[in-house]
Design a protein around this ligand. Structure first.
Ligand code: C2E
Ligand code: MG
Ligand code: MG
Ligand code: MG
Length: 285
């Protein structure tokens, strides 16, 4: 898998392989302590309008500063967190942290962009899920529309009836739903149309090999479908100018990827929003 390449130091946990039991127990114990010790941090990756280049939102991406192992990316610890259930309190922290960041941007008078948060299986299945999302939003009196939950299509389909009820309740309070990694799971289009979806995120595997004829047709069809369903269509993993040019031609609304920016610290995201505000003022004046 492309995203696991390179910087991963704990590759033995990936691709379905399991670390030794003792190793997993150690990480699980470390994960439980990590919350109390403030070792998690959110990075933010801009989601940008393909035509105007304006920042429409950010995706919050979790990072872990492990005291011994250093900087860990989600692929290195989310599987253990998920398996052990620690992902539930961690996911709750992510929601609260993302909301706090939104509130800070609002106080600073920065543009009110969208913030997308990834939701895991255990979190969605937790009986407290709807309340924990609502609490995070209400604590800072945020507009629900500013928060978008990213859920993969496979996860949505797994417990269709229960998920439809939960997401329906969240949608009623304005919170948005994005289908993450679209095209890689198994969606039933019949069921898909019954979720209150706002955004379709085309998986990066299609974008990275957009030069290939078959991917070009697939992405074109996905963009057309999304637009036809009145959804906001976001391409993930955009790395080159020529990929962007294809997406512009297809009228894909937004892009996210290294071509525009890698995930950045909250500090850098704040600075980016600040430059944006000035840019708009300069353009207007
Ligand atoms: P995702 O939600 O599909 O996030 C997109 C991933 O693609 C991110 O990896 C991002 O850094 C990476 N990416 C963005 N642009 C490019 C590009 O141009 N090229 C390449 N090669 N990669 C790009 P990251 O941050 O390592 O996260 C991996 C996955 O971990 C995420 O996939 C998501 O499923 C999960 N994850 C991240 N944060 C959280 C979280 O707070 N909670 C949960 N439950 N899962 C999370
Ligand atoms: Mg995501
Ligand atoms: Mg994705
Ligand atoms: Mg993913």
């Amino acid at each position: 898998q492309a995203k696991a390449q390179g910087r991963s130091r704990l590759q033995f946990w990936e691709a379905g392989m399991q670390a030794p039991y003792s190793e997993r127990m150690q990480i699980e114990a470390d994960l439980r302590r990590a919350l109390a010790r403030n070792e998690f941090v959110l990075f933010y990756q801009p989601q940008v309008d393909t035509v105007s280049g304006e920042v429409r939102g950010f995706e919050a991406l979790l990072r872990w500063w492990h005291p011994q192992r250093g900087f860990l990316s989600p692929a290195e610890f989310i599987p253990v967190a998920e398996e052990s259930g620690v992902i539930v309190p961690i996911g709750d922290w992510v929601l609260r942290e993302a909301s706090a960041q939104m509130a800070e941007w609002r106080r600073a008078g920065l543009p009110q962009v969208r913030l997308s948060v990834n939701i895991s299986a255990r979190q969605l299945e937790s009986p407290d899920f709807v309340e924990s999302v609502m609490r995070a939003v209400q604590v800072h009196a945020l507009d629900g529309q500013q928060i978008e939950l990213e859920i993969t299509e496979s996860l949505l389909m797994r417990d269709f009836e229960a998920n439809a009820i939960k997401l329906g309740r969240l949608s009623a309070s304005g919170i948005r739903l994005a289908i993450d990694d679209f095209g890689t799971g198994y969606s039933s289009f019949k069921y898909l149309s019954r979720f209150p979806i706002h955004t379709l995120k085309i998986d990066q595997s299609f974008i990275q090999e957009l030069e290939r004829e078959e991917n070009l047709s697939i992405v074109n069809a996905m963009v057309a479908m999304g637009r036809g369903m009145n959804l906001n269509v976001v391409a993930e993993g955009v790395e080159t100018q020529s990929q962007l040019a294809c997406l512009q031609q297809m009228q894909c609304h937004e892009m996210q990827g290294h071509y525009y920016s890698v995930p950045m610290s909250g500090h850098d995201a704040t600075a980016l929003l600040g430059r944006h505000t000035r840019g708009f003022v300069e353009a207007a004046g």
